[in-house]
Ligand binder design. Sequence first.
Ligand code: NMX
Ligand code: MLT
Length: 606
Amino acid sequence: MTFQGLELEHSSCFKAYRDLSARDPLTISFKAKYFGLVSQNAKRPNSKDRSVFRILYPRFSLVCLLRVVEGQNWKYCVINLPQPALFTNVICSPFAVLYNFVHHTQTQQLYFILFFLLDLHQAPDSLVFEFWIMVFFRSVSAFSRLRSRVGQQSSLSNSVRWLQMQSSTDMDLKSQLQELIPEQQDRLKKLKSEHGKVQLGNITVDMVIGGMRGMTGLLWETSLLDADEGIRFRGLTIPECQKVLPAAPSGAEPLPEGLLWLLLTGKVPSKEQVEALSKDLASRAAVPDYVYNAIDALPSTAHPMTQFASGVMALQVQSEFQKAYESGIHKSKFWEPTYEDCLNLIARVPVVAAYIYRRMYKNGDSIPSDKSLDYGANFSHMLGFDDEKMKELMRLYITIHSDHEGGNVSAHTGHLVGSALSDPYLSFAAALNGLAGPLHGLANQEVLLWIKSVVEECGENISKEQLKEYVWKTLNSGKVVPGYGHGVLRKTDPRYVCQREFALKHLPDDPLFQLVSKLYEVVPPVLTELGKVKNPWPNVDAHSGVLLNHYGLTEARYYTVLFGVSRSLGICSQLIWDRALGLALERPKSVTMDWLEAHCKKASSG
Ligand code: NMX
Ligand code: MLT
């Protein structure tokens, strides 16, 4: 049976429930939603299909209830029901009530009691009624959250303050996470207990020798990379993020604060939520003097990434996680000081990064932050670039470089170091040291230097034939063509594509952009001809330099610092979830060549 492209399994159970739901759909849908009678095993329909009910409490794996539109009418139906309907309906409901009552929070318990009463009284079959019920329970929920907050802040006395707090809870990222975490903890527990032994693939000798390429071995919630399609942040592609994430009043590109909210919660934030987060970050951005002193202890000729990692290490002195750990915090609370550290770190890294830029290239003439600006615009301002287009570029730049699933060198390093319960500053500083390698984040520096060397040798109006020769010269001297190739991607990086679109819109006549466009035609066939390169297409770093260069940020050695500022959003978001989910110490098994040879000999003789 198909409803809007959705295949319903167990059609007999479905019919049984449809009959029941025809009589009393409201009771059944509420039961499924609030008593937890829903299954994660149910086939999820296309997420864009808004007619399907969200599965709210994937705790009690018996049935999945969906609400589907048929013509003008709502239909309620149940799928993946292994037991006879009667069993689930009559026997399991009270059990589920009890189960949920014991396992849920106070607010949820209220739901259960009320819906249990509703169930007994045969709720009327009316969508209007359902709407008012939803309004009622949302108010109960808000009231309950408010009450617990008031409990913590006993000075509050009047209802006006209460109302303000109610709205501030929705604006508060930490409160949002607080609500999400138990759900995700249960989800992971269930995954482990029900599917812990399911195999994900075979490990080959090639994988062990070849940098674990293609080996699935990490849990990373904030983004997922597809070899052909590129990155999705919490399920959203870059063009989708550009469409749905709030932009600055005068701009079109996503605000990085919105992306951060999305990475952390999996939800697209409202404009107001983004503004609140922007203010929160601005209020956390003070950097102690000893951080600047630590940077100043290095010669100003030190690579900017060395200065940046040193600055982040100096920020560590204020780690909330370290303090909390030393005073014996319970592991169930680890995520909270991690959250504080991560938000502080994200807020402070642009200040440190801008200080390094001004120290190295502008005679140490620092520019104070402007708290009225958003994160990206303020960073651009502190660097010394107040052109509105540069601010837009910075918002886009920070958004697209933030996260690239968990296996890339910087993200993996951050996660690995964090798994030892090193605090977010220690973890992120380690990640930066990985980002500073030329095969990873330093490639953006290498690209612009390489492009400039092309121009120096052959001029800006180089022909495609000359360019091809230059590419071969680079390859023949044992170097890589920077900005091309990738460990996972097998098509043009969508981050390259969106930067190209930005250039076509704002700087189509820039000579270096035109050279980058020419390279897009010349390099892939050459790399393909080389025969060994798995992905001849450009990656994110092939484009960023010429955009920055166009707006006056010409110092290529600094570019990886910008990448690092952006990556703090992704790595820190995942670190918070690492601690919230209680992820384990990372400790894969290693072997020697002797071991591999002996193993292969045994395998071939057996
Ligand atoms: N130029 C020349 N040779 C290349 C390139 C390239 N752009 N890309 C791959 N190869 C070579 C690679 O060095 C290897 O050679 P060998 O067997 O002699 O060691 C061979 O092709 C096979 O490599 P792949 O399996 O295609 O790539 P791998 O997954 O090992 O490495 C990169 C991925 C990204 C390290 C590689 O493509 C590269 O070095 N690219 C240039 C540097 C770069 O742009 N890095 C930035 C990546 C994105 N980021 O921001 O981190
Ligand atoms: C990244 O953004 O981290 C790079 O594209 C490298 C990778 O994903 O391996």
